[in-house]
Write a protein that binds this ligand. Structure first.
Ligand code: GLA
Length: 658
């Protein structure tokens, strides 16, 4: 429930309370985030007192010389008026100045919520979510900042986002705009981040921030395997079952930024939003800019409770559509079985072997289109390779369907190889800087999604592919990180190159939304060189994501345990693969590989055709067990018991009976 009482705003969920108040200057003071309490008339007691200007701090105004923004515990901080910590917003005005001073101007409370217009966001019915809008106006420039709070009481989650509106006659340049900012009392909090690289995603790292600041961010153009946007802030003695912890995520698939910074007055600032690095967005008169939504949850009962809040929130208020609560099919993917070397006969044999052990969905991975025999060519040419599939997608799909299995494919629509018909026809559709040598990743370039013709091409070519056969599943891949950020289209439009990365993800969302609405029955799985884009932005469109190209069971215990802090198992795709493992060369028993993959959306990615009879029997038994238990495994409550190099996991149905 959201309430306002004498300029004090209280946001209650089932077990938590979040509160802030308007100070006499018009700035917002953060009061409290923690276990549910009744603030009643006690807000004044929670407010920080400033009785003198400390040392060489700046007094905000002559009216109250004792008040310094640097010593205040803020809910939003502009830039340039004495608060020198991480700002919420940084603008360059038409006069060249970069100070802002946003002050309180009013509020609105409503049941239900408005969707964001340009970015993916959470959702809920009028019974599930309430919205608070706080209106701030800049004291000196005609700019409005609307700060939004969305309260999901049942999940103990509060989301925040904001919108900047330019009501002046002049352009304003946005250099930074965060989604949330909060100062909390004390220092020495543990900032937990989940870092890694290709094939070693989501490795938990704890940093105690006693001084200075610690930043978790990505500049890959994606949310990245280097630093997932999900982070935690906890006390040093917090464990899985006890102690205080805040979980924080961002509904954004692009360059993100989370920082924890200590201040001079025994306080810690937390911010999260778009990564300001190379971000620069021109906001014209009459226009608005939306920041992505940040998701926060507080637990007074350790990390497990925090995860349970996040899990139910992701399931109920992020994942959409037909597959939201539907048990996912057991699939067999062709990648590690055949790589690029596929043919209709080979795939059909593999599918048949899958059918014999109980597989429900057969997925043809990379290699089926253009002249794709390795990763040097054909991305962009979305037509079937008739040498490999003489009867086209439909021919193979019909055969698989006749086996009693559904059929799925792999695509990588955001990319182009220079060696492709698409590039030869439209070299200007790829992102590169005119006149400069381009640095490639996996021999490919990123398409310029800022260009509406490119977006249209992706939508139309994918529509053609998805409707050319009875396609039940699509794995949507994205295999390189950005370099040479540049859009010729934006250049022609007279816009700044600092907008490229953000406009890319905003358009990507529109493309994905169009396609999932056009093909509501298809089960989409996100992928980006494994888990390079495992985030809530993608999950607003696709109900599951491939966690990592590393299918080694031991590595997967770390990766899946890392994911389990912020994401439910119903969105984590995990496969049993061959031994020695193709990525690590490690040998593990088949039972271990299944035991790990079963704590997620379990599939197989190995050459069943060449497997021994005993192994196939074992797989058959695994699949049959998984089918019996998959509702619990995918949608149950996941509990981490021991962590570190001993992983102990339990999953239970909501009623605790299984
Ligand atoms: C990426 C994916 C893999 C596979 C290959 C195909 O690496 O993560 O699962 O689909 O691309 O090229």
């Amino acid at each position: 429930m959201i309430s306002e009482n004498k300029n004090v705003f209280t946001l209650d969920t089932k077990n938590t309370t979040y509160a802030f108040m308007v100070l006499p200057t018009g700035h917002l003071e953060h009061l409290y985030y923690g276990k549910r309490i009744n603030i009643g008339g006690c807000a004044e007691a929670l407010s920080r007192k400033q009785t003198m200007a400390v040392g060489n701090t700046v007094s905000y105004s002559g009216d109250n010389p004792a008040f310094s923004l640097e010593a205040a515990r803020l809910e939003m901080s502009s830039y340039g008026k004495g608060d020198i910590r991480e700002p919420f917003i940084e603008l360059i005005h038409a006069d060249g100045g970069f100070s802002s001073d946003f002050l309180y101007d009013g509020y609105e409370i409503r049941k239900g919520r408005d969707e964001l217009a340009t970015l993916p966001c959470s959702y809920g019915s009028e019974d599930e979510v309430e919205q608070l809008k706080i209106i701030l106006k800049d004291k000196n420039y005609r700019l409005t900042l609307e700060m939004y709070y969305y309260v999901y009481k049942d999940c103990d989650v509060i989301c925040r986002s904001c919108r900047l509106i330019n009501e002046s006659e002049a352009d304003v340049n946005i250099r930074r705009i965060m989604s949330m900012l909060m100062d909390i009392d004390g220092t020495g909090y543990v900032f937990t981040t989940f870092n890694g690289a290709w094939a070693r995603e989501m490795d938990r790292h704890d940093t105690v921030v006693t001084a200075g600041k610690h930043v978790n961010s990505s500049y890959t153009g994606t949310s990245s395997s280097r630093a997932n946007p999900f982070v935690m802030i906890s006390k040093q003695d917090t464990t899985q079952e006890q102690g205080e912890c805040i979980g924080l995520n961002l509904i954004y698939s692009g360059n993100h930024y989370e920082a924890v910074e200590t201040g001079m007055c025994d306080m810690t600032r937390i911010v999260a939003g778009i990564n300001p690095q190379s971000f620069s967005y021109m906001l014209e008169p009459g226009c608005g800019f939306e920041a992505p939504e940040a998701v926060m949850t507080y637990s007074g009962y350790g990390f497990n409770r925090m995860s349970h809040n996040m899990h139910s929130f992701v399931r109920k208020h992020i994942v959409r559509g037909k597959w939201q609560y539907k048990e996912r099919p057991v699939l067999l993917n062709s990648w590690e079985a055949a790589y690029f070397d596929i043919s209709e006969r080979k795939l059909y044999e593999l599918a048949k072997a899958g059918k014999n052990v109980g597989v429900e969905l057969f997925v043809m991975d990379d290699g089926w289109f253009g002249n794709r025999n390795d990763d040097t060519c054909s991305l962009g040419d979305w037509y079937v390779n008739k040498k490999k599939l003489p009867d086209g997608l439909k021919g193979l799909c019909d055969k698989i369907n006749r086996l009693g299995m559904s059929f799925g494919i792999w695509v990588e629509p955001e990319m182009v190889n220079v060696n492709s018909e698409l590039y030869r026809k439209h070299p200007d559709w790829a992102m590169d800087i005119p006149g400069c040598a381009h640095s490639e990743g996996r021999n490919q370039r990123v398409l310029d999604l800022c260009n509406p013709d490119v977006a249209e091409y992706i939508i139309e070519s994918m529509t053609r592919v998805f409707s050319s056969a009875n396609i039940a599943y699509v794995k949507w891949d994205m295999n390189r990180i950005f370099s040479d950020y540049y859009s010729r289209y934006l250049q022609e439009q007279g816009r700044q190159q600092g907008e490229v990365a953000h406009r890319y993800v905003a358009t990507l969302g529109k493309i994905m939304r169009t396609l999932v609405e056009r093909f509501p029955d298809i089960l989409f799985e996100g992928c980006a060189a494994g888990g390079n884009r495992f985030d809530l932005g993608i999950l607003c469109y696709f109900p599951q994501i491939w966690a990592s190209d590393n299918t080694d069971a031991v590595s997967r215990t770390y990766i899946q345990e890392g994911l389990s802090y912020g994401y439910p198992m119903s969105v984590v795709s995990a496969h049993v693969s061959a031994c020695p493992n193709h990525q690590t060369l490690r040998v593990t028993p088949l039972s271990t590989r299944f035991n790990v993959a079963a704590f997620g959306i379990c599939g197989y990615e190995c050459n069943l055709v060449d497997m021994k009879k005993e192994e196939l029997n074992e797989i058959k038994a695994q699949i049959s067990i998984y089918k019996k238990w998959r509702h619990t495994m995918q949608f149950g409550t996941f509990i981490r018991q021991r962590t570190g190099n001993i992983h102990q996991w339990t999953v239970a149905d909501a009623d605790g009976r299984r």
